[in-house]
Design a protein around this ligand. Structure first.
Ligand code: ATP
Ligand code: MG
Length: 380
């Protein structure tokens, strides 16, 4: 915050207006820590660059310059309006304007359309403060118009309902129902970001109920997965736990949500969570197979009584690399050369150690191994 204030000082000293805007103002007024601070200014991008020695052109065609100060990057955006969302995705045109109010007018919801001077005076032309007090999500201006400009805003309304526990104002909610089908035109990457934020939110059930009741979910990929009762949805959990909930309860597999283009890491973790949720028997050995994230999700979603994370932490080893022996040791103890047998025996040792049938001690493992190995050799 202080860094943003000093940045505003510098812009003002150069003769420009500058304010903290958007989500950061909302979060500060709610007494929450803003996730990031955005600054809006009357200075044009080139003028911003002239004031600060270190900047990066992150979105200069949209008026955004990243200013690097005091070891941090703060996005500074020239006052602007947007027009012509012919593809419901991105404004066709961005026009720089001189008035802060014009810039605030293009923002999605009144609670996101306030500005703060460096002396903490709130600039609030659309009644954001009062909507914040009344816990209401209301479109700035005509809701139909705003959702037709950019259909993603409908999903953002749902996401903010989930994050803040706010109610959508009636005209805004009605407009979402009317325009729901337009969400189909929005790029899947933008939709996925909002759904992830919704799934991990504190009041996710509230947001999800709104998502379903408004009819918006019918037009999302895998829409059928949203037709359900949300009472058991795990709130305030990682987003992937929410995705797993959706798939688990509907007996669906990962393929159903492939359209959301998960990263490879996300896909692997989601598949692992699903396998854990569907794990038929929890033993030391099965617990050992899963990451902590998958175990935590399985407990929540499958209602497992056992503290799986604790069970795992009490295992003699957490992974193969914790074993007191390696493949090299086995090679040294036998006259055998490298081959698939090495991995098989290591796996065998790993299983016995995890199950507690063999201590994770080099000498004891060696004795057990040599005994078993010679038996094995003599029996063929
Ligand atoms: P978060 O805490 O998730 O960052 P945020 O409100 O800061 O929430 P951002 O996506 O970071 O959301 O956007 C910053 C600001 O830009 C918003 O507060 C809003 O004023 C404006 N904004 C963002 N996306 C849109 C949009 N699709 N249409 C209109 N205004 C938008
Ligand atoms: Mg933000």
């Amino acid at each position: 915050m202080e860094k943003a204030e000093r940045l505003i000082d510098a812009l003002e000293a150069a003769g420009f207006e500058a304010y903290i805007v958007g989500g950061a103002v909302r979060d500060l007024l709610l007494g929450a820590e803003p996730s990031d601070v955005d600054v809006a200014t009357s200075a044009l991008p080139e003028q911003v660059k002239a004031v600060f020695p270190r900047t990066v052109d992150t979105g200069i065609q949209h008026g955004t310059v990243l200013v690097l100060t005091e070891g941090e990057g703060i996005e500074v955006t020239t006052f602007r309006t947007e027009s012509g969302y012919s593809d419901s995705r991105r404004p066709d045109q961005v026009a720089f304007v001189t008035s802060l109010t014009e810039d605030l007018r293009r923002r999605d919801f009144t609670i996101n359309a306030m500005a703060l001077t460096k002396d903490h005076i709130v600039v609030d032309p659309f009644g954001g403060q009062s909507d914040l007090d009344n816990r209401i999500i209301r479109a700035v201006g005509d809701a139909d118009e705003r959702f037709r400009e950019d259909a993603l805003r409908m999903l953002r309304a749902v996401r903010f309902a989930g994050q803040l526990g706010f109610e959508p104002e009636q005209a805004t909610a009605d407009s979402i129902s009317r325009n729901a089908d337009r969400i189909q035109a929005v790029a899947i990457e933008r939709i996925k970001i909002e759904l992830d934020k919704l799934f991990s939110s504190r009041h996710a059930k509230k947001g999800l109920e709104f998502l379903t009741e408004s009819g918006l979910s019918r037009y999302l990929p895998a829409g059928r997965l949203f037709c359900r009762d949300w009472t058991r949805f795990p709130e305030n959990q990682p987003a992937l736990t929410g995705w797993a909930f959706m798939l688990h309860d509907t007996y669906a597999g990962f393929d159903e949500v492939r359209a959301y283009r998960f990263s490879n890491d996300e896909r692997r973790l989601l598949q692992q969570i699903l396998a854990a949720v569907r794990e038929p028997e929890w033993t030391k050995w099965t617990v050992y197979q899963y990451t902590d994230a998958a175990l935590a999700a399985a407990r929540l979603l499958a209602g497992v009584e056992t503290d799986l994370l604790r069970l795992k932490s009490e295992l003699p080893i957490q992974s193969k690399s914790d074993l007191a022996v390696s493949g090299l040791d086995l090679l040294e103890w036998t006259d055998h050369s490298r081959g698939p047998w090495l991995r098989e025996w290591l796996n065998f040792i790993e299983q016995r150690v995890v199950k507690g049938a063999l201590a994770n001690d080099k000498q004891q493992i060696k004795e057990w191994f040599l005994h078993e190995y010679s038996n094995h050799q003599s029996t063929g």
